[in-house]
Design a protein around this ligand. Structure first.
Ligand SMILES: [Zn+2]
Ligand SMILES: [Zn+2]
Length: 103
């Protein structure tokens, strides 16, 4: 709630984001517009995250047991202990089914 600094009358909120004193005509800008801009920028970040999920990993010819597709991306992961061998993972480019190489 805002009050006019001149006549201390409660300001009436305009249809947009400004406040108007109906007695003397004093007008004050509200802070609503800034919040909207902030929300827009965060949604832009969400879109960027979606793009990052697109695999930029090397593709290998391998059969997917889920959908029968023959192309999958692969990457290596070192497990907890350094003594254990690195595990190779595959992810089908078609259905995103992920499995590991036990060989
Ligand atoms: Zn006023
Ligand atoms: Zn698949």
């Amino acid at each position: 709630m805002k009050f006019c600094p001149k006549c201390e009358v409660r300001l009436k909120q305009d249809s947009s984001d400004s406040f108007i004193c109906q007695k003397c005509g004093y007008a004050e800008k509200g802070g609503k517009e800034r919040k909207q801009v902030k929300g827009e920028s965060s949604s832009t970040i969400n879109v960027f995250d979606k793009n990052e999920k697109t695999p930029t990993l090397p593709v290998i010819k391998i059969d997917c047991e889920k959908c029968g597709n023959t192309e999958a991306v692969w990457w290596m992961l070192q497990t907890r202990s350094a003594d254990e061998p690195t595990t190779q993972f595959y992810r089908c480019v078609k259905c995103s089914y992920t499995w590991r190489n036990y060989a």
